[in-house]
Write a protein that binds this ligand. Structure first.
Ligand SMILES: *[C@@H]1O[C@H](CO)[C@@H](O)[C@H](O)[C@H]1NC(C)=O
Ligand SMILES: *[C@@H]1O[C@H](CO)[C@@H](O)[C@H](O)[C@H]1NC(C)=O
Ligand SMILES: *[C@@H]1O[C@H](CO)[C@@H](O)[C@H](O)[C@H]1NC(C)=O
Ligand SMILES: *[C@@H]1O[C@H](CO)[C@@H](O)[C@H](O)[C@H]1NC(C)=O
Ligand SMILES: *[C@@H]1O[C@H](CO)[C@@H](O)[C@H](O)[C@H]1NC(C)=O
Length: 631
């Protein structure tokens, strides 16, 4: 019998296990590691408590509900840095291979390596200063409002939102171009933009050396935990490239019609200022590009939305119900009373973004009180994050996060997509019909396409530029021209005129993408993986039936589908206990990023674009002409 043969072996194994010093060491290591983590968890609780007090204070209009002044954000930030920094140092001497408990091992692995938090205090402070400076490129009032760079008469403008809005509205190419130059001049006067960036890269490299990474980008991509993550992203770009090229050709044609006098260089690429404008106009009704069927306007939902969902509170409740319908957490009245708060009217401007707070055992949210269609969709994304927090707070500190940056946002994206479908708006009694006419439907897909297809390669380019600089594949003398080569290769975008190596032309989204919590990698992940998840949830809920015109992916609302909900919950509950590939596998059956979700979603648009471009005799693609000289 088999067991009889195996028994002696088994006994030997047991004896060996008892005798080998490693097994004894293991339990010692495990115990001491556990002690380190327990102490750290205690300290984290104190920080969570500080965050809770800040939240309560923020939402009680400055009155301190507890009678004591809440700590400042700065204090929380400093305490967090100290904790993570010390903890990583303490854990770095733990022999990870000796730990038998896989969860413990994973906690140590996650907490022992850091990004900016790994820097020494003075370097860390400098990194934050540099990030503030670069944030100021975006939102600081730096550009004089008139062409003569005369800031006396009127207050200077910020790139975002002021210049951005001006650019969105203008129909004069020369204005676009002028603004494009003026912002770049303003931030790179005396080489400020470039030298700030160089300093920041230096710190990113130092942070990598603390992790023992010879290739700095390994630290930048830390939690993707993949040999060459950039190659995987690039594959997605090439996968969706045929669709991108059709869109690009059609938009370029639109640009030439809109700006007949602009005299674009004739190599098939799109001038950067116009490209930026089109991207900003995805949902703007006086856009420069032609939608497929201009006569078949999308039904206006604004009016009905206000009638049906009278208040922002109602919108929150609808969004919460979306997740409850999937079988996820029910939001308690305690949550509504204590932890759901409205932002002040002066906060965040007209386009404020709702925010989620995490201080276990509680989670909280502050919402932007603007009852419109865009907010309705966005709030579904925020609620997804809230649900995620509720599940992952059960996990030990260190694993109570998403498995990689962008993962939570990708799950949020699925709810954003579902909540914006005609089918869902019909369910909410905002639209009369659960599907648009075919013409309207294409218009909608087209706008979604401008929004998504133009943005994704830009996230990739901005990420690749940073990483290639960091790893030394792009040298200092070549920064600007290398950037334009990437724009040319992956997006068909060119500068408005000849540029040189002395310029530094990166756009404002690049600087935004340097913020660790808003990185371009994260954005890329959120979009691409978001469409992959959406496809999976839609198949699971049978709201997407490939080939059935009544159930196209772009009108899939998986509301009420416990099949989709089960997948979502299972992934959320895992937090960072597993590699993101293992977690995504649960829903998608795949372990790789892929453009498939995007391609299937936009399939009808792809077909339409190909036909239309053929009729218009437009040749998709562009030549690899360079408009940047290294002097
Ligand atoms: C481990 O080793 C220590 C001495 O180093 C000894 O006292 C202890 O009994 C051992 N424990 C086990 C489980 O072997
Ligand atoms: C790290 O170890 C030192 C020395 O043992 C200890 O004082 C400190 O509290 C530890 N910090 C953390 C966060 O583990
Ligand atoms: C800019 O300066 C030129 C001459 O230097 C002048 O003619 C023009 O009116 C000025 N424009 C503005 C907007 O101040
Ligand atoms: C809803 O749209 C479908 C497809 O466009 C159409 O056949 C149907 O008549 C519409 N129903 C209503 C009530 O308008
Ligand atoms: C869609 O738009 C085209 C062009 O404007 C028009 O000829 C066609 O009749 C429209 N289709 C429907 C169903 O309205």
């Amino acid at each position: 019998m088999l067991w009889q043969k195996l028994l002696p072996l088994l006994l030997l194994a047991v004896a060996l296990a008892a005798a080998t010093p490693t097994s004894n060491h293991s339990s010692q290591y495990e115990a001491s590691t556990q002690r380190i983590l327990d102490v750290a968890t205690q300290r984290m609780r104190v920080i969570w408590d500080m965050r809770r007090r800040i939240f309560l204070q923020l939402t009680s209009k400055g009155k301190s509900p507890l009678g004591v002044q809440a700590p400042s954000k700065q204090e929380v930030e400093t305490e967090t840095y100290k904790l993570l920094h010390e903890l990583a140092a303490n854990l770095s001497v733990v022999p990870v291979e000796q730990l038998r408990d896989p969860l413990l091992r994973r906690r140590v692995q996650r907490l022992a390596k850091l990004q900016l938090h790994g820097l020494r205090p003075d370097d860390y402070e400098q990194a934050k200063d540099l990030l503030r400076t670069m944030q100021n490129f975006i939102s600081g009032p730096l550009v004089c409002p008139n062409a003569n760079d005369d800031c006396q008469a009127r207050r200077p403008l910020a790139m975002y939102p002021q210049l951005y809005n001006l650019n969105m509205h203008t129909k004069v190419y020369d204005d676009l171009k002028l603004n494009w130059y003026r912002w770049r001049r303003a931030i790179n006067d005396k080489d400020t933009a470039r030298s700030t960036f160089i300093d920041y890269v230096r710190l990113l490299r130092i942070a990598a050396t603390y992790n023992g990474h010879v290739t700095p980008s390994r630290t930048w991509y830390l939690h993707y935990d993949t040999e060459n993550f950039q190659a995987e992203m690039e594959e997605v770009i090439w996968e969706i490239m045929p669709l991108y090229r059709e869109m690009h050709a059609y938009l370029r044609h639109s640009a030439m019609l809109a700006y007949p006098k602009a005299n674009f260089k004739d190599d098939g690429a799109i001038s950067a200022p116009v490209f930026d404008q089109m991207l900003s106009q995805a949902w703007y009704s006086h856009q420069i590009f032609r939608t497929p069927y201009p006569k078949d306007q999308l039904p206006s939902v604004h009016h009905r939305l206000e009638e049906v969902l009278v208040t922002p509170v109602k919108i929150n409740i609808k969004a919460a119900e979306f997740f409850e319908s999937l079988g996820l957490n029910h939001m308690s009245s305690n949550f509504y009373e204590r932890f759901l708060r409205r932002m002040n009217d002066d906060e965040g401007g007209s386009d404020c973004k709702s925010q989620v707070y995490y201080f276990p055992p509680d989670v909280a949210m502050r919402y932007c009180p603007k009852p419109n269609y865009k907010k309705l969709m966005q709030i579904h994304g925020t609620m997804a994050e809230l649900q995620y927090n509720i599940y992952k707070r059960e996990l030990p500190f260190g694993l109570d996060t998403e498995p990689c940056p962008g993962f939570a946002a990708a799950l949020g994206e699925t709810a954003v997509l579902a909540s914006g479908t005609p089918r869902h708006l019909h369910r909410l009694h905002i639209l009369l019909n659960e599907s648009l006419t075919e013409n309207q439907s294409l218009n909608r897909l087209f706008r979604m396409g401008v929004h998504t297809l133009l943005a994704v390669p830009q996230y990739f380019i901005n990420d690749k530029f940073l990483v290639d600089v960091m790893d030394g594949r792009i040298g200092v003398q070549d920064y600007n021209c290398a950037y334009w080569r990437l724009q040319d290769k992956f997006a068909g975008v060119q500068p408005p005129d000849w540029r040189t190596a002395k310029d530094f032309d990166l756009d404002y989204k690049f600087y935004r993408g340097l913020q660790p919590d808003k990185s371009s990698t994260r954005k890329f992940m959120a979009e691409v993986l978001g469409f992959q998840f959406y496809r999976s949830f839609c198949i699971a809920s049978q709201q997407y039936k490939p080939g059935d015109p009544n159930f196209p992916l772009h009108n899939c609302d998986f509301h009420k589908s416990t099949e989709a909900g089960d997948l979502m919950r299972e992934m959320m509950k895992l937090g960072a206990t597993k590699h993101w590939r293992d977690v995504m596998f649960i829903a998608t059956g795949e372990r790789k990023l892929s453009g498939r979700g995007i391609l299937e979603y936009f399939a009808p648009l792809f077909t339409w674009l190909k036909e239309r471009n053929m009729q218009l005799e437009l040749e998709p693609g562009w030549e690899a002409d360079e408009f940047c000289r290294n002097e």
